[in-house]
Design a protein around this ligand. Structure first.
Ligand code: ADP
Ligand code: MG
Length: 236
């Protein structure tokens, strides 16, 4: 079993400029998508329909890449509050079930109740969606399992996303989080870059344990909310 710790240096490569350009490009794309959809809804021969479908799917892919870029912006605002992580994870599990079904993957979870952290709800949601999505995409055609575990341990909360997929070599593990590193035909290679930067912003860490052909476990560690309050009291 291989273990790899990931460092923060990898996060800072893609610039904020890219994010602002991405933001500008989003609007015309939305307009184009609308009109293409309109064209596609008219009576068309099958070949034209096929082309419209292709254009739409490529537009959606561009949209996805842009969203990942936007999330890379370094000095973006994080809207942090006290969060019930148990509720959030259950919600995320429900969101991911349809994607898992589509990929013939079983999702199950063991989530301790009332896990509380301090953070940005929508960004943390993205962290877990990215990790679960990768887990689902890593498993073979049939017999895929993804397990979500969450529990508190001393002054931290740990969330484990475990899959029985392809696993990764040491070289692959080392490249995780590097912008544009992907082994997927249609991957952006930005998912984990975004994920790491969000977790880092929350003073947390991610560790990957992986074995080829056996599977991967991603472990996210975040400070628990109680700890934060205690620390603040200690400072006062
Ligand atoms: P993308 O999913 O677009 O490829 P990511 O940054 O999310 O980009 O992931 C980068 C790469 O890391 C993936 O292409 C894949 O090779 C590898 N990876 C990530 N998670 C897993 C996993 N659970 N099992 C195996 N490989 C993984
Ligand atoms: Mg991904």
């Amino acid at each position: 079993l291989r273990v790899q710790l990931l460092k923060s240096e990898k996060f800072s490569i893609v610039s904020e400029l890219a994010a602002s350009v991405a933001h500008e490009v989003r609007n015309p794309l939305t307009v184009v998508r609308g009109f293409i959809q309109l064209i596609g809804s008219e009576n068309r021969d099958p070949k034209e329909k096929e082309y419209v479908k292709l254009v739409l799917s490529e537009l959606d892919r561009a949209q996805e890449i842009i969203t990942d870029y936007l999330n890379l912006a370094k000095h973006q605002h994080f809207d942090k509050t006290q969060i019930n992580l148990s509720t959030l994870l259950t919600e995320i599990e429900n969101i991911m079930i349809s994607y898992a079904n589509y990929k013939n993957v079983q999702i199950c979870s063991e989530i301790a109740p009332s896990l509380t952290i301090y953070g940005d709800q929508s960004r943390l949601k993205q962290v877990f969606i990215n990790l679960i999505k990768n887990a689902i995409e890593a498993v073979p055609e049939s017999g895929g399992n993804v397990m979500i575990k969450a529990y508190s341990s001393h002054d931290v909360v740990r969330i484990k996303i475990q899959d029985n997929g392809n696993g990764m070599s040491e070289e692959q593990l080392e490249r995780l989080g590097e912008p544009f590193f992907t082994l997927k035909e249609r991957g952006t290679g930005l998912g984990l870059t975004v994920t790491f930067s969000i977790v880092e912003n929350h003073l947390g860490s991610i560790r990957f344990q992986s074995a080829l052909k056996k599977g991967t476990t991603a472990t996210v560690t975040l400070p628990s909310y109680i700890e934060k309050i205690e620390k603040e009291e200690a400072i006062r």
